[in-house]
Design a binder for this molecule. Structure first.
Ligand code: NAD
Length: 493
């Protein structure tokens, strides 16, 4: 039996109904959606969509878990143990997760095994460590009407957290939301992406096995306009953590603003990769290619604006094109595949549209630009050179394997082009000059800057952006802050 058919069998064996209060809910044949395999273009499984009543049940069960459920009675150490058990189960099922994510998203298994899964497991383990360390402070105060006072803060869970995830890396991005929320003692209602819900269903199964009490972790699959909308508008939700497009982010933020609910938004970018003339060109070409072609370019931090010093421009373009030529497009289950399919026909057409616009606006197509003659939502790795910063392909997030190369003359111009964007999520700098590295890192507007490589995705490192890239930070201590509230208590002694 091939790996692909084993994976398909696994997908068909998963429970597909909402997971609420520790139970799989009954099937509801009138509310379903198909999950389509982006490589075969055939439906994989039919999943039950959580309707308004089910979303309400999930939010209520999360509230109950917090108010007087078993979950609320667990101390930090017990929550940490559960998170460790969860991490271990995910690690034990790493191959299942990798296969499901390749089927669902179309990405090569190697990427899931090397990046997404270790990062997911690491994130649960990292936050397990925080769960029993959420302390407050004692703050000296001058007293009250001649009496001494004791003032202190305690850090409490923010409450019911709605976590809404995108299809590009649903397992890993899900862990960034679920792990800190559970560590902080919140209860979670996860709404996975309708294009790629399978690994979230497996997560629900394993959460039950790990022993999380009913209501602590719930999964409601469904479309954004129905299940997602119902969830973010539900008055019982205390905090929303969302990753996806700026357009949807705006809708989510507006729903949250009505009652001033805290919101974390991670909305993608148009990240610059700046290659200076003094860079190690071998390393830079390999790193820049990874930055734009990994995960088919469907990465919020994809380095889609490639700014290259004019002195090395032509040579660097050739080197980058050589890397693009080495990309092997194919079935994620085939050995040797380094780039899979885009997630759906809509995304493929969107990317091809941008390629048409790039040509129309006068950028020079260096390589790619088409789709291979085969079934599946594939797009060739594509590079445009001779682009100007005002072109659409230099300004809008394409979310596909399309890099736009822009030449610059000096550091000031490089910084100015890098910052001339509606987004500010990530940047990479390629230089051997230490002073230039730190100076430019300070000047580039981005939530994360990496020099001479890609910053390791690591649960200890805060992640997020500003402008259209979003609001707030995930991961690191910031992930705990985003899921807790400080309470100040003063006792007049
Ligand atoms: P999207 O923003 O529509 O969807 C992201 C998530 O939000 C999904 O789970 C979706 O079901 C949910 N959602 C949609 N409408 C909602 C609503 N009204 N209320 C609550 N939840 C809702 O993104 P998409 O359609 O999957 O992709 C569109 C574009 O978004 C892509 O082309 C890409 O540019 C961008 N994107 C960015 C990221 C990222 O990591 N920043 C990830 C995926 C997509």
């Amino acid at each position: 039996m091939s790996r692909r058919s084993t994976a398909e069998d696994l997908a068909r064996s998963l429970p597909t109904t909402p997971y609420v209060a520790g139970h799989w809910q009954p099937d509801s044949p009138q509310h379903t959606f198909d999950v389509v395999d982006p490589v075969t273009e055939r439906p994989l499984v039919t999943v039950t969509e959580a309707d308004a009543a089910t979303v309400d049940k999930a939010v209520t069960s999360a509230r109950d878990a917090l108010d007087d459920g078993e979950w609320a009675r667990l101390d930090g150490a017990a929550r940490g143990s559960l998170l460790l058990a969860f991490a271990q189960l995910i690690e034990d099922h790493a191959e299942d997760f990798a296969d499901l994510e390749s089927l669902d998203v179309g990405k090569p298994g190697i990427e899931v095994r090397v990046i997404d899964l270790p990062q997911t497991v690491g994130t649960f383990r990292y936050y397990a460590g925080w769960a029993d360390k959420l302390t407050g402070q004692s703050i000296p105060t001058p007293g009250y009407q001649g009496r001494r006072t004791l003032s202190y803060t305690v850090r409490q869970p923010v409450g019911v957290v709605a976590a809404i995830t995108p299809w590009n890396s649903p397992t890993m991005i899900g862990s960034w939301k679920i792990a800190p929320a559970l560590a902080a003692g919140c209860a979670v209602v996860l709404k996975p992406p309708e294009d790629a819900p399978l690994t979230s269903l497996l997560l629900a199964q394993l959460a039950g096995e790990a022993g999380f009490p009913p209501g602590a972790f719930n999964v409601v699959s469904g479309r954004g306009a129905t299940t997602g909308k119902t969830l973010v508008e539900h008055p019982g939700v205390d905090k929303i953590s969302f990753t996806g497009s700026p357009e949807t982010g705006r809708i989510v933020a507006a729903a949250a603003a009505r009652t001033f609910r805290p919101t974390t938004l991670e909305l993608g970018g148009k990240s610059p990769q700046i290659v200076f003339a003094d860079a190690d060109l071998d390393a830079a070409a390999a790193g820049v290619a990874l930055g734009i072609f990994a995960n088919q370019g469907e990465v919020c931090a994809a380095g889609s604006r490639i700014l290259v010093a004019r002195a090395i421009h032509d040579e660097f373009v050739d080197r980058l094109a050589a890397h693009a030529a080495k990309v092997v497009l194919g079935d994620p289950f085939d050995d040797g595949t380094t780039m899979g399919a885009l997630v759906n026909a809509k995304q493929r057409d969107r990317v091809l549209d941008y390629i048409r616009i790039g040509r129309h606006e006068g950028a020079r197509l260096v390589t790619g630009g088409g789709r291979p003659e085969r079934r599946g939502y594939f797009v060739e790795p594509t590079l445009f050179a001779g682009a100007s910063p005002g072109m659409t392909i230099a300004r809008e997030e394409i979310f596909g394997p399309v890099g736009t190369i822009i030449a610059f003359d000096d550091d000031d111009q490089a910084v100015s082009i890098a910052n001339d964007s509606s987004y500010a999520l990530a940047a990479t700098l390629w230089t051997t000059d230490l002073s230039r590295a730190h100076t430019v890192a300070a000047r580039v507007r981005a939530g994360a800057v990496a020099v001479n490589g890609w910053s390791p995705l690591d649960a200890r490192l805060p992640w997020g952006g500003s402008k259209l890239s979003g609001l707030g930070r995930e991961l690191g201590w910031a992930g705990i802050e985003a899921n807790t509230e400080l309470k100040t208590i003063t006792v007049v002694l």
